[in-house]
Design a protein around this ligand. Structure first.
Ligand SMILES: [Zn+2]
Length: 618
């Protein structure tokens, strides 16, 4: 074969030079890679340090001006089981949504006592406890008062006396079982896209025939719908009737929404935050196989988690702009006494944790293991056979100390301010220990609805300053009740909190039989519903949600609504505040001291930029 002119043999010297050049390229690439990794790491740390909404020092809140307020609302209740429950729920609504109010037992209501209140809520089904005062109340409404019936009064001569003024033409004799709620007017956020099934329905509502002066907002689902919520002008005032007697805390959002239909306008403070938690993440991934995973994907649980579950969950969050707060479990041992062994298997923690942080998420504490922070005096009420109690306070402290060491070495720069109790169980001793020994923990996120021996919470600042941010819904099954709960809280505090676990997919009680494809479809559908219901809802991490909760809890609201203006004065205002505003029969004009975003017909999101806001009304 002929050699080309320049195709000459390479000398030893040249070969060495070539090799050196290649080594230089490799070294340069290595340095570049190191730099890229450093920058990635740096950007992770940077994101962690720059939470959009941090927790305020208590002193800042204490400095904020406090308002002297006169009561706006009078709750008239009857001293029977229904009246007490109704009054309790309305009192929660008024105090949490910062409406100054008073209560009076119906038989103690004095002549002329309702004068001076803007709104009156009748929290009684028994009009006879009011006697002739009911006539006075109706006249007060006709003269410009705003009257809400927490529930339709039961059949009596008194109801016959006033029913015409409630727009009622006829009343059925038997109560109806309301199995679902349909919104004739989608006046609540998220209410237009679907109906809302009721779990454990009972005979809660009187079938009524209304005249056409009534505006019906909600009715029952099913072939013979019963009006559930309507409003009617009465003289110069307004009457709003809820024909539903549900007093579980989850219904607060419905009663508040009904209340907001009274008068020209009503504003209530909100959290404005959405947080998705992943409990037990990062945590050890179970070894071996699972029948559902094997059947559907033909792979081990570990491979499924890294190749299917996490990519799917990440994609869902990114598609919707949601952020995750992951809660670490160091290991699944049942050790509850010293010495506690250390987990050295760190690779998956690094991978998942950093991947979560890169999505602008946050990492908090769940547990050294999954044993709740409880001592021997705690009663699991027979619900958790697999759980132990910690041997003593020292061992319990050691558990959290070890978790803190473990997490700090894995995720330097993270503050670990959020604590989620394992299985939402936390004893008073465990809670106090966390607060005293680990002051970095500023937030506890457990459960909103009472459930057995769980630690249920309100959105509030506890007396010791810890911020309580309960989770309202969870999991992938997302039954009707989850949507009803989410709807209620979205309209109550403009908040969404949801938690899921990686191992939900292995647990038949949490949907494993559905298979991951269906489970993930359901969560995706929920995320779609939420985004459509509230595109302006802020996506926050656990700490940011606590910052938002803290600001919301500290607010007081003084409001005056006339035909021309809604004037709002805020007490406890530090740097930002959010309110939902309902305008009844008005359009907003210019706004001073804040910014108003239309959400849907009649409902607006107000960002307060000062403690004095004025919305002109048209
Ligand atoms: Zn857990």
């Amino acid at each position: 074969m002929r050699k080309k002119p320049n195709d000459r043999p390479v000398s030893q010297e040249e070969r060495r030079r070539l090799l050196f050049k290649r080594m230089q390229i490799v070294i340069a690439l290595f340095i570049l890679l190191t730099f890229v990794l450093y920058m990635v790491q740096r950007s992770v740390t940077y994101q962690v340090d720059s939470l959009a909404l941090d927790i305020l020092p208590q002193a800042d809140l204490e400095k904020a001006a406090v308002l002297e307020q006169e009561p706006d609302c009078l709750i008239v209740w009857s001293d029977d089981a229904q009246g007490r429950a109704a009054s309790g729920l309305m009192s929660d609504v008024m105090s949490q949504e910062k409406v100054p109010y008073e209560t009076v037992e119906a038989s103690a209501l004095a002549a002329g006592q309702i004068e001076g209140y803007r709104n009156v809520v009748l929290a009684t089904e028994q009009l006879d406890t009011l006697g002739e005062r009911i006539t006075e109340i109706m006249e007060w409404a006709e003269n410009g008062g705003n009257l809400m019936f927490f529930d339709l009064p039961s059949q009596s001569g008194y109801l016959d006396l006033i029913r015409g003024r409630l727009g009622i033409v006829g009343v059925g004799s038997n109560y109806s079982v309301v199995e679902g709620l349909h919104f004739c007017i989608p006046f609540m956020l998220g209410s237009g896209q679907r109906d809302f099934g009721i779990t454990n329905p009972y005979e809660s509502s009187l079938p009524v025939l209304l005249d056409d002066t009534c505006t019906v907002y909600m009715e029952s689902t099913g072939p013979d719908p019963v009006p559930i919520l309507w409003k009617r002008d009465l003289g110069q005032g307004t009457v709003v009737v809820m024909n539903l007697d549900f007093t579980d805390k989850i219904y607060r959002g419905f009663y508040l929404s009904a209340y907001s239909l009274l008068g020209d306008a009503f504003a209530w403070p909100v959290i404005n935050g959405s947080t998705f938690y992943i409990d037990d993440f990062p945590a050890p991934v179970p070894q071996g196989d699972d029948k559902h995973v094997t059947a559907d994907y033909g792979m081990s649980v570990r491979d499924f988690m890294s190749q299917i579950w996490w990519p799917d969950v990440q994609e869902m969050a990114q598609e919707h702009g949601y952020r995750f707060t992951g809660l670490v479990i160091e290991q699944y041992s049942d050790e509850v006494s010293n010495p506690l062994p250390v987990n050295h298997d760190l690779n998956r923690y690094r991978y998942y944790g950093r991947s979560l942080l890169k999505m602008d998420g946050e990492i908090g504490f769940h547990g050294y293991n999954h044993m709740p922070l409880v001592l021997s005096n705690f009663d699991y009420r027979g619900e958790y056979d697999e759980y132990k109690v910690w041997e003593d306070m020292d061992a319990m402290v050691s558990g959290v100390t070890e978790l803190n060491r473990f997490c700090s070495s894995l995720y330097p720069g993270e503050k670990f301010q959020v604590y989620v109790p394992p299985s939402n169980i936390l004893s008073p001793e465990g809670r106090q220990m966390l607060h005293e020994q680990f002051p970095q923990i500023k937030v506890i996120a457990s459960t909103y609805l009472p459930d057995g021996c769980c630690y249920d919470q309100e959105f509030e600042i506890a007396e010791d300053g810890v911020i309580e941010t309960p989770r309202v819904i969870s999991g992938y099954i997302l039954p009707d009740f989850a949507y009803l709960s989410a709807l209620a809280e979205l309209n109550y505090r403009f908040v969404n909190t949801h938690f899921q676990h990686p191992d939900d997919v292995l647990d038949e009680d949490r949907g494993a039989d559905l298979g991951w494809a269906e489970m993930s479809r359901r969560l995706d559908a929920y995320m779609d519903w939420l985004k459509a219901a509230a595109p302006d809802l802020r996506d926050l991490t656990g700490t940011e949600l606590a910052g938002a909760t803290q600001r919301y809890c500290s607010l007081q609201v003084e409001q005056t609504a006339t035909e021309e203006t809604l004037a709002i004065e805020l007490g406890g205002f530090v740097d930002e505040a959010w309110l939902l505003v309902r305008l009844n029969g008005h359009e907003p004009g210019p706004v001073q001291g804040g910014e108003l975003t239309p959400l849907q017909d009649g409902l607006y999101l107000l960002k307060a930029e000062s403690s004095q806001i004025q919305v002109d009304l048209k």
